[in-house]
Write a protein that binds this ligand. Structure first.
Ligand code: DX5
Ligand code: ZN
Length: 215
């Protein structure tokens, strides 16, 4: 069964508690939490004060997606802020293997995110160490962007790589997931679907989450 992770980036920050409780009471599996620094991506989202609210109110795992340069500096801080899965960008890590070990040594699941231009082959030597590959299906930085169709090919390649190494890595799709593409993504091998705009622009976000969970 695949997992659904609503992206808090699209929530209503004027009443974050209500949206957190909506996710708590829905069929969602994880909270997807996008942290952006305005350097690695051309946008700034939020940081520790918001994480603290999530840590207190969220009753499901926090899947923290770091779109920041030099993420190693903050691994300990995100552990303390309640991250269960901590994802760094391959493009932001000079020593990716070390970053992965660092996250695991802090007792979190290690995620590696890859941008749309990044080839799957670059994961060949680390895939067995990675708990979740977050495959960007838009260029990171903003919610509500259009899904990039080449993602299906990449999911297929990644699925084959994971199988060839006998790894247990989850394939997470992040960006532009909607009712048009989610079934095809699951069929291609996706096991975690992130959804921001699709959930929060829906008149009934709880029902939308249930739809994205159904196959
Ligand atoms: C984009 C973020 C995504 C974003 C997805 O940089 O990593 O998690 O919130 O939003 P949607 O589902 O609206 O594309
Ligand atoms: Zn994300």
């Amino acid at each position: 069964m695949h997992l659904v992770a609503p992206s808090v980036l699209s929530a209503n920050f004027g009443n974050l508690q209500a949206d957190i409780e909506m996710i708590n009471n829905s069929n969602a599996d994880w909270f997807h939490v996008d942290v952006m620094d305005g350097v690695f991506v051309p946008n700034i989202s939020f940081g520790f004060p918001v994480l603290k609210v999530l840590q207190k109110l969220a009753k499901k795992p926090l899947d923290v997606h770091l779109m920041i340069v030099d993420p190693d500096r903050y691994v300990q801080a995100f552990k303390e802020a309640g991250a269960n899965i901590l994802t760094v960008h391959l493009e932001a890590c000079t020593h990716l293997h070390r970053s992965i070990q660092n996250i695991k040594n802090h007792g979190m699941k290690a995620g590696v995110a890859i941008n749309p231009h990044t080839n799957i082959s670059l994961l060949e030597d680390t895939i067995s160490e990675i708990d979740v590959v977050c495959m960007m299906s838009v260029n990171p930085g903003f919610g509500g962007q259009k899904f990039i169709e080449n993602t299906y090919n990449k999911v297929e390649k990644l699925k084959n790589l994971i199988a060839s190494k006998n790894a247990k890595t989850l394939i997470e799709i992040d960006g532009g997931v909607d009712l048009e593409n989610y079934k095809k993504l699951i069929k291609a091998g996706a096991s975690v679907l992130v959804a921001g705009n699709t959930v929060f622009s829906s008149p009934d976000p709880t029902a939308m989450i249930a739809k994205l969970k159904s196959v």
